[in-house]
Design a protein around this ligand. Structure first.
Ligand SMILES: *Cc1c(COP(=O)(O)O)cnc(C)c1O
Length: 341
């Protein structure tokens, strides 16, 4: 819909008209509320162009990183692969205050031994925060394994329906009290009442959803592992995962994030994305429905290839967040998309 020319309007007219135009989809006169955390891409090119900033449009409600903000507060950040415990001794420095980790990691599904890292970090006088988003509090409890604090993107499994952006911090009361009185109160990163309400509603079915997610993911992982167009599957629930034993030890389930490497590399990834039907091409994860993305041609398309490869994001790597649909429908969708390769 055409935007109105506001240039010549008086102030009261401007107040009535600025920022408002009929919704192109429905013609709604008032601005609709899009209660969504993520946005579907029409195809790979659409996603790549939006990530590269070459096309206007929505991707995900919030993007940001440790590299941009923390250095402005005088905090030095070193990135390390903590799935290799030897790295921990090398990277823990005299001035290390905090070890921040996620396990399984995104998108390569490497695991980090929370108990072992916590021991090493504590011995060096550092605290440990675990991003437990992929596992949820239902499957993995980092505090019981020695971590000091746990963070969740509640946008994902906890909310579960892709309709709210929110985060959760759990840990010892004195640390939480300090966060409440500093970052929360002074910076104001406060969840809205409606989003809190959505999370509470999502939470009621968390275990039931995660059980179904996990059950579906195991079947899909086995299907993918047996498929001749798929070179490798990264899923902690598979015996072929190099850290399968650790996954069994530190969590009570394997979650529903799967990554896999396609035989045909970049082109195969692109082609597969353009041929899925049930799965939605989108970032984010942990929604009730299946979301799929090919980092090399989409999220990481603007990143130089060498950098991408160094982060384990190979040309044919596909990431999928398995939903709670009928598993045979998910498998049929992937089977059809793989058949065009
Ligand atoms: C999505 C995600 C985040 C960021 O969460 P927001 O809800 O967007 O703030 C952090 N960690 C992991 C593992 C995630 O999947």
């Amino acid at each position: 819909m055409e935007k109105k020319d506001l240039g010549k309007l008086g102030f009261q007219s401007l107040c009535c008209h600025a920022g408002q135009y009929a919704d192109p989809q429905t013609g709604a006169h008032n601005t609709p509320i899009y209660q969504t955390s993520t946005f579907a891409f029409k195809n790979v090119q659409d996603g790549a162009d939006k990530f590269a900033g070459e096309k206007e449009g929505y991707i995900y409600t919030r993007l940001g990183l440790m590299e941009e903000i923390l250095p402005r507060y005088g905090i030095e950040v070193t990135f390390a692969d903590l799935s290799d415990l030897d790295n921990v001794d090398e990277y823990l420095q005299d001035n290390t205050k905090l070890v921040y980790l996620e396990t399984p990691s995104n998108p390569t599904l490497n695991l980090v031994d929370i108990e072992a890292i916590s021991e090493k970090a504590h011995a060096a006088g550092a605290k440990v925060i675990v991003d437990n988003t992929f596992m949820t509090p239902y499957l993995q409890n980092p505090l019981a394994l020695g971590a000091d604090m746990v963070v969740h993107s509640a946008t994902k499994y906890i909310g579960g329906h892709g309709d709210a952006i929110a985060g959760i911090i759990a840990g010892k009361e004195e640390m939480l009290a300090e966060i409440r009185m500093t970052t929360l109160k002074d910076f104001g990163g406060i969840i809205s009442p409606f989003n809190a309400w959505l999370l509470l509603r999502g939470l009621k079915t968390l275990p039931i959803r995660v059980d179904k997610h996990t059950e579906n993911a195991m079947e899909v992982a086995e299907f993918l592992e047996a498929h001749d167009k798929v070179e490798r599957v990264f899923y902690p629930g598979l015996e072929s995962h190099p850290q399968h034993d650790l996954a069994k030890k530190q969590a009570s389930g394997f979650g529903s994030m799967i990554s896999f490497e396609l035989e045909g590399g970049y082109d195969a990834g692109e082609k597969m994305m353009n041929n899925v039907n049930l799965a939605t091409l989108a970032v984010s994860l942990g929604d009730v429905d299946t979301l799929i993305q090919h980092p090399a041609s989409m999220t990481h398309a603007p990143v130089p290839r060498e950098e991408r490869l160094a982060a384990g994001i190979t040309d044919g790597l596909v990431r999928i967040s398995i939903g709670i649909e009928n598993v045979e429908d998910i498998i049929a969708d992937l089977e059809n998309a793989l058949a065009v390769l």
